[in-house]
Design a protein around this ligand. Structure first.
Ligand SMILES: Nc1ncnc2c1ncn2[C@@H]1O[C@H](COP(=O)(O)OP(=O)(O)O)[C@@H](O)[C@H]1O
Ligand SMILES: [Mg+2]
Length: 265
């Protein structure tokens, strides 16, 4: 593929993908194209396979069938090439993953220290910019235990964008946050996507908080994609399965067999 073709390609493309875990098929027949610059919400009940889908994008889980392309290239299998691709993917996990004995600024500097040879002053300046981008310049020298849940999530977000990845993936970014902090995070996700020209994929069961900032919505349930379209189309759908999911009802066409699982914060 030429560079031009790679740049025109969707940020993420899955074709005929099947994902197995522990000898069990979790998702199958997955076709998905995520246009560059867009925010895509991947919705579904707990245990439906959302995190499994993300694992396929980061190369953590190889598909049992089909093809997964990220940033215009098939997700490589060789470790070295995989690490190169992963530098282009910013990941925010629900646990934040901040190191407790490092300050906010030091946490954000970590990927820059590990993956670049930039001089100290440049890294300091970049860290300052990332903190500014998430509205936390004043928190540079605070340790994670000194941060509220929402602030800690923002520091983790600043670290995820430290290397200026063109693609951001969020796994349950609102877990453990109150409604106000949730609103702040969703606004940031949207703002960063637009200002930095990113592509964002948000995997979540928080439908009503996420749809307002999404350009596209995908719903997975019962091992497959059951909806793909705009948030308005999703809201307007009279499909009983989608209605059940949007209203969060336990009984209906979606088998919520693993639904009320305790969440790890
Ligand atoms: N490492 C694993 N080994 C075996 N089964 C797994 C593994 N990770 C997840 N699963 C199973 O895959 C299904 C989908 O899980 P997951 O992708 O975490 O769902 P979601 O993120 O939508 O809550 C669940 O039934 C879960 O138990
Ligand atoms: Mg999950």
């Amino acid at each position: 593929m030429t560079d031009a073709a790679a740049n025109d390609a969707p940020a993420v493309r899955l074709a005929g993908v099947r994902l197995d875990r522990g000898g069990r098929t979790i998702l199958s027949g997955i076709d998905l194209a995520v246009p560059r610059g867009s925010i895509t919400a991947v919705l579904g009940p707990s245990g439906s396979g959302k995190s499994t889908l993300l694992a396929a994008l980061t190369g953590e889980l190889a598909p049992a069938a089909g093809t997964v392309e990220v940033l215009g290239q098939p997700v490589p299998r060789r470790q070295r090439e995989l690490l190169a691709l992963r530098k282009g993917i910013g990941v925010l996990l629900q646990g934040n993953g901040l190191l407790t004995d490092l300050t906010a600024a030091e946490n954000i500097a970590l990927p820059l220290r590990t993956h670049t040879r930039l001089p100290r002053e440049v890294i300091d300046r970049l860290v300052e910019m990332k903190l500014h981008a998430v509205g936390l310049r004043a928190a540079a020298d605070l340790y994670p235990r000194e941060l509220s849940g929402g602030m800690a999530r923002r520091v983790a977000l600043a670290r995820a964008i430290a290397l200026d990845p063109p693609l951001m993936v969020y796994d349950e970014p609102l877990t453990g946050l109150d409604p106000i902090a949730s609103g702040v995070i969703m606004n940031l996700v949207s703002e960063l996507n637009d200002r930095l020209g990113l592509t964002s994929i948000i995997v979540t069961h928080h439908v009503h908080e996420t749809l307002p900032i999404a350009d596209r919505a995908v719903v997975i349930a019962n091992g497959r994609i059951v909806f793909s379209g705009t948030p308005d189309e999703l809201q307007a759908s009279d499909d009983p399965l989608l209605r059940q999911f949007l209203r969060g009802e336990p009984d209906g066409p979606i088998a919520f067999d693993s639904a009320p699982r305790a969440e790890v914060a």
